[in-house]
Write a protein that binds this ligand. Structure first.
Ligand SMILES: Nc1ncnc2c1ncn2[C@@H]1O[C@H](COP(=O)(O)OP(=O)(O)OP(=O)(O)O)[C@@H](O)[C@H]1O
Length: 122
């Protein structure tokens, strides 16, 4: 039981370290983090509902989480095959495509949430 608990605490520590490394070194995560802060500020400014907060937070988590996995895949690809290879290119493109899906959906969620606040209250 003790090993289980210390193991989980250690695992959490490694995960926080990984999140910090992403924020410190990965430009795309940094951009997404700034966007997350901006939409969070917009959420407070427009006083969005609890459901809208949940959807917005899910969208932020989905995009940043997928981007983190994309970064991990890129790093694995570069580690196992540092030279040019058509398969490595394909793997990286597919991983980036996954981020693209989540980013498009997040943008649509943002428009659905904020369009009425911005244009119907004028
Ligand atoms: N070793 C490789 N072999 C073949 N194509 C590659 C290779 N490395 C990168 N590419 C191509 O270049 C694109 C960009 O790869 P790169 O590793 O530079 O990611 P990136 O655009 O810098 O990603 P991010 O901005 O998320 O860090 C890939 O999607 C792929 O099409």
């Amino acid at each position: 039981m003790y090993d289980f608990i210390t193991g989980r605490i250690k695992g959490g520590g490694y995960a926080i370290k990984g999140a910090w490394l992403l924020l410190k070194h990965e430009p795309s995560i940094q951009v997404q983090f700034v966007l997350a802060i901006l939409v969070t500020a917009a959420g407070f400014y427009f006083d969005i509902t609890a459901t809208e907060w949940i959807l917005q937070l899910l969208a932020i988590g989905l995009v940043m989480g997928t981007e983190g996995l994309n970064t991990a895949i890129e790093n694995i690809a570069d580690f196992v095959h540092p030279d040019y290879h058509i398969k490595i290119g394909l793997i990286k493109d597919v991983a980036a495509g996954a981020v693209f899906f989540t980013a498009v959906i997040a943008a649509i969620i943002g428009v659905i949430i904020y369009f009425p606040y911005i244009f119907y209250t004028l």
